[in-house]
Design a binder for this molecule. Structure first.
Ligand SMILES: NC(=O)C1=CN([C@@H]2O[C@H](COP(=O)(O)OP(=O)(O)OC[C@H]3O[C@@H](n4cnc5c(N)ncnc54)[C@H](O)[C@@H]3O)[C@@H](O)[C@H]2O)C=CC1
Ligand SMILES: O=C(O)C(=O)[C@H](O)COP(=O)(O)O
Length: 393
């Protein structure tokens, strides 16, 4: 059993070596010659898996350790009887962390309170649904647009896209890329909708670059300049539009889902699927793969405002400004496309908010609910005094 695995898949040897011979190849270099002698292929989103790739091979299984599947031609696999698996929801928590810290950063820079903004979420699936839950738990007003869900479950709780755009201060795109059909998402935010955005609107795209008309957004930002953009995904990755990157308040290289936790969930889901396909036992658990977090806990007293406490805890785990700066730095050193890919290939360790326990001193207990709502574990020093530091009563 020969298994070709994208070099950017963490824990690949631990998971796949017990199942066969593992050959690691950078995702953009996986081609027909690479997979010709392979029985299984494990990719991430940058490898286009289509008829041209699989035609001359003996592949029996393709797995993508990602949520998105728009890079895989499933019909081509089905026709050849090649099994397929993806990893739904694997890095959804990481994307939500990314959105929260990005919006908190923008609020600080632009001097507004997030709690006073209405946030519209387009695509209320694993990512959007979790985002809505965390925002609502934080007391932030939200609207959701998801026509496929509205059709299946009833319209209550959902609004049309144009109504959302008109009513919201922040618009977060979390749709898959779907090119055809009644709910196609290619250029869902098209030139007309971008032109109609209310001045002051923040547009955040962490779905797929093609869900938004990048040229129209660039024109609006460079022309009227009265809206803001937070962009993690781009048309034409990795050769992105440098002018749009420069106009975005936060520009990151498709890393919203890049927590170690999310990547490991993706690897583990495909390991399970392949083992199942081969009739082999699943001996490794997800817990076996994840190391202890480098910052397991921190302690807060009551001296901070809620916004300050949230920002501090978020940035202690993940500071999105690091990734914005890294894109600049790598692009300047290596050029646009190579720099974009280098940021992703050399991505530093990032954990999810849920790996941090925030211990609250008695005078900070009012922070417990909002910190838990944002996704942190909350401990109380009153309930569980730490050794050598007695709780104050
Ligand atoms: N930036 C990043 O690093 C990441 C990006 N993604 C992208 O985010 C997408 C969404 O992820 P999940 O929420 O996990 O997927 P999901 O499949 O759980 O949810 C997608 C939701 O979008 C809805 N939807 C489909 N067409 C729509 C339309 N025309 N208008 C509004 N809603 C529509 C679906 O009904 C569904 O509820 C992925 O397909 C992927 O492309 C996912 C993970 C990381
Ligand atoms: O899961 C998805 O869908 C994503 O967008 C991935 O997080 C993107 O990561 P790569 O597959 O491009 O490494």
């Amino acid at each position: 059993m020969r298994i070709v695995v994208d070099a950017n898949v963490p824990a690949a040897m631990e998971c796949f070596a017990p199942l066969g011979e593992v050959i690691r190849v950078p995702g953009r270099e996986i081609d027909a010659a690479t997979v010709r002698e392979a029985d299984a292929l494990v990719v991430r989103s940058i490898t286009r898996v289509d008829e041209a790739l699989v035609a001359g091979s003996r592949l029996r299984f393709v797995g993508t350790c990602t949520i998105g599947t728009d890079h895989v031609d499933r019909d081509a696999l089905g026709t050849r009887g090649i099994g397929f698996a993806s990893a739904p929801g694997c890095n959804a928590e990481a994307v939500v962390d990314y959105v929260l810290v990005s919006l908190a950063t923008l609020a600080e820079r632009q001097g507004f309170r997030l709690a006073e903004r209405r946030i519209g979420v387009v695509g209320a699936g694993n990512v959007g649904g979790r985002l809505l839950a965390r925002l609502e738990a934080l007391g932030i007003e939200t609207l959701a647009c998801d026509p496929p869900r509205a059709e299946a479950e009833g319209a209550e709780g959902f609004v049309e896209l144009d109504a959302l755009i008109e009513a919201c201060d922040v618009i977060c795109l979390h749709t898959p890329l779907v090119r055809e059909g009644p709910h196609a998402t290619h250029h869902l935010l098209d030139a007309r909708r971008i032109d109609e955005l209310v001045p002051g609107t923040v547009v955040l795209n962490a779905g797929r670059g093609d869900c938004l008309d990048g040229q129209a957004l660039r024109d609006r930002l460079s022309g009227r300049g009265d809206i803001s953009a937070v962009l993690d995904v781009w048309e034409g990755e990795p050769a992105i539009d440098a002018a749009l990157r420069d106009l975005a308040e936060l520009a990151t290289p498709h890393i919203a889902g890049y927590s170690l936790d999310g990547k490991l969930r993706g690897t583990h889901a495909i390991y399970r699927a392949l083992a199942h396909r081969l009739g082999l036992p699943v001996r490794l658990s997800l817990e076996d793969l994840a190391p202890a977090p480098p910052l397991p806990s921190l302690s807060l007293d009551g001296g901070l405002t809620l916004e300050e406490a949230l920002r501090l805890c978020m940035r202690a785990v993940y500071d999105v400004r690091r990734d914005h700066d890294a894109l600049w730095l790598h692009s300047r050193r290596q050029g646009l496309a190579a720099g974009f890919d280098a940021c992703r290939a050399q991505y530093p360790l990032r954990r999810e908010f849920s790996t941090l326990t925030v211990d609250l001193r008695p005078d900070a207990e009012s922070l417990a609910e909002p910190l838990a709502a944002a996704g942190f574990r909350v401990g109380s020093e009153l309930q569980a005094p730490s050794a050598g530091r007695p709780a104050v009563r």
